[in-house]
Write a protein that binds this ligand. Sequence first.
Ligand code: TYD
Length: 213
Amino acid sequence: MRKGLFITVEGPEGAGKSSMMQRLIQQLEEEGFRVTGTREPGGISISEQIREVILNKENTEMDGRTEALLYAAARRQHLVEKVMPALLRGDIVLCDRFIDSSLAYQGYARGLGIEEVFEINRFAVDDVMPDLTLLFDVRPEVGLARINAHVEREVNRLDLESIHFHEKVREAYLLLSERFPDRIVKVNAEASVEEVFHQSMTYILERIRATEQ
Ligand code: TYD
């Protein structure tokens, strides 16, 4: 039986997920929760190897369905090796990107179809869906400007996509938040760091309290 709480953080590029996740993990630990912070591929060797293939800038011939299948495969391994054991221990698992990234990037922005990508991901996650998803919403021009300001951050193949692609990613996330209103909550990631932190903590603590009842 799964005891913990599975929380995912999603959003387009430059939404500030990674740094905010560190703060959220620290705060939750200070409040006495046991937290596993992770990100796909989460240091799982098999998933890391798959990701190297996906994000390699030289793999320009990669087919969209191949990409979607590889993400789903990497997700499966990370879920089995890291997420599930932590949930079984009763941890709060905070994961940077999960199934909604595939639905938004591969399903909608690349045009494979949200339903089709959902289908292969259902096989991968086997009913393990997040209890809560924080969607860090940011307009592409704001997100991409943030990325460009951090020149030391490694630029990957998907960062090089056109602004149009990033607009579609955002649109997809907003559609998903309408489709799964009980699971996905929107956080205004253009607000100040303090506000984003406060909003995120409020949603997380609300969900923890709801599961305790
Ligand atoms: P990453 O280095 O994790 O960037 P970020 O800080 O934006 O999360 O790069 C992951 C990239 O892979 C990002 O462009 C989103 C993309 N991605 C997908 O297209 N589908 C997926 O299922 C996942 C997990 C990521």
